[in-house]
Design a protein around this ligand. Structure first.
Ligand code: FAQ
Length: 318
């Protein structure tokens, strides 16, 4: 019986029919999605922190408004994604408890510091650029609620990417000091952005199954290569240099070759030992604890309304 259900499930996926929350699904499919979507949601809300740091220091009103809108969008992405994950049977409080205890992962990229205003440019250009590369295929993920959430997320990410690239362009057309700031930000954000796509394909334990289930449409290495291929001409327009001595066009492959990623650094950051892991987690835990009164007040208000509604119903019935 179980085998038939699994076969029918795989057939639906092969026919590109979306899986919806009430449909039968293998337990491992549910767990894989819950893992990926909740990690993605956590990445969005932790990802607000490095940029939130610069809202009060944006160089002018237009930049401030755009950055504020971007950071608010990230909160919204977290909400869509937590909602999609909740359809798989875990509450938002449970997911957040896993984040706060350090049990749940979130993207390695958000454990690096934002040292100058140029970092807002580099994050928009590279981090959102990498995020789009990875997330556009997720709009076709086999699980309906995830795929639908990703459509809106991707639209907003493309505004984020342009917001960042425009900051880089302005800096690169400015004074030598401003251009040097842009180069310094590229130097610090390039390799962490390359790591966002995850381990190489031969070291990616979840890829085979996620590809079969059409959660993943491209491999980690395929997406990383696409990211390099689009970023190189963008850096050329800016007139700054990607910090990779091995980066060069390979005519035969029709792609850029690039250097080896420092996987020790990646593993350290994922294990909680990156430059800002502790600071990021503390900020999230503090926000949760300081917001306790809001949650309590909302519950008390809902209870009061419910009681009033019941009293009115009782009076009307009498
Ligand atoms: N950081 O077998 P795979 C954003 C883990 S959103 C930390 O290849 P999978 C928007 C992975 O979880 C950025 N951990 O895994 C924004 C797994 O561990 P597990 C987030 C990582 O799932 C912009 C293990 O390594 N995006 O940026 C990372 O098939 C600006 C083995 O890896 C998403 O979450 C990493 N970089 O492929 C916000 C997109 N990479 O769970 C604010 C959705 C891998 O078994 C500002 N997620 N690991 O213990 C995905 O597409 C996939 O989960 C991958 C990893 C591609 C990230």
């Amino acid at each position: 019986m179980e085998i038939n259900l699994e076969e029918a499930f795989q057939k639906r996926i092969d026919e590109e029919i979306k899986i919806e929350p009430r449909d039968w699904m293998p337990e491992k499919y549910r767990k894989t999605l819950l893992r990926q979507i909740s990690q993605h949601a956590h990445s969005e809300i932790v990802g607000m922190l490095p940029e939130g740091n610069w809202i009060t220091r944006a160089p002018n009103l237009r930049r401030k408004v755009a950055l504020l809108a971007k950071v608010q969008d990230e909160a919204g992405h977290g909400l869509y994604l937590y909602s999609a994950a909740e359809t798989l049977g875990m509450t938002r409080d449970e997911m957040l408890a896993e984040l706060h205890s350090g049990k749940a992962k979130y993207s390695s990229i958000f454990n690096y510091p934002t040292l100058t205003w140029a970092d807002m440019g580099a994050i928009g250009w590279l981090v959102d650029g990498a995020a789009i590369m990875n997330q556009v295929p997720l709009c076709r993920a086999s699980y309906g609620p995830y795929a639908r959430a990703m459509v809106r997320v991707c639209k907003e990410e493309s505004f984020h990417q342009r917001q960042g690239y425009e900051i880089m362009l302005t800096l690169c057309q400015g004074t030598p000091e401003q251009k040097a700031m842009a180069q310094d930000a590229l130097n610090r954000w390039w390799w962490p952005s390359m790591m966002m796509f995850g381990p190489n394909d031969d070291n990616s334990p979840n890829s085979a199954q996620s590809t079969k289930w059409k959660i993943k449409r491209f491999s980690n290495d395929e997406l990383r290569q696409k990211f390099v291929d689009v970023s190189v001409p963008q850096a050329e327009i800016l007139g700054i240099t990607i910090p990779d001595a091995d980066l060069k066009w390979n005519e035969a492959r029709g792609h850029y070759d690039f250097g080896v990623i420092n996987w020790d650094e990646f593993n350290q950051v994922v294990a909680g030992n990156g430059p800002c892991n502790k600071q990021r987690l503390k900020a999230r835990v503090d926000a949760w604890e300081n917001g306790a009164w809001v949650r309590e007040a909302a519950v008390a208000y809902a209870e009061k309304r419910e009681k009033r509604k019941q009293n009115t119903e009782n009076t009307n019935a009498a």
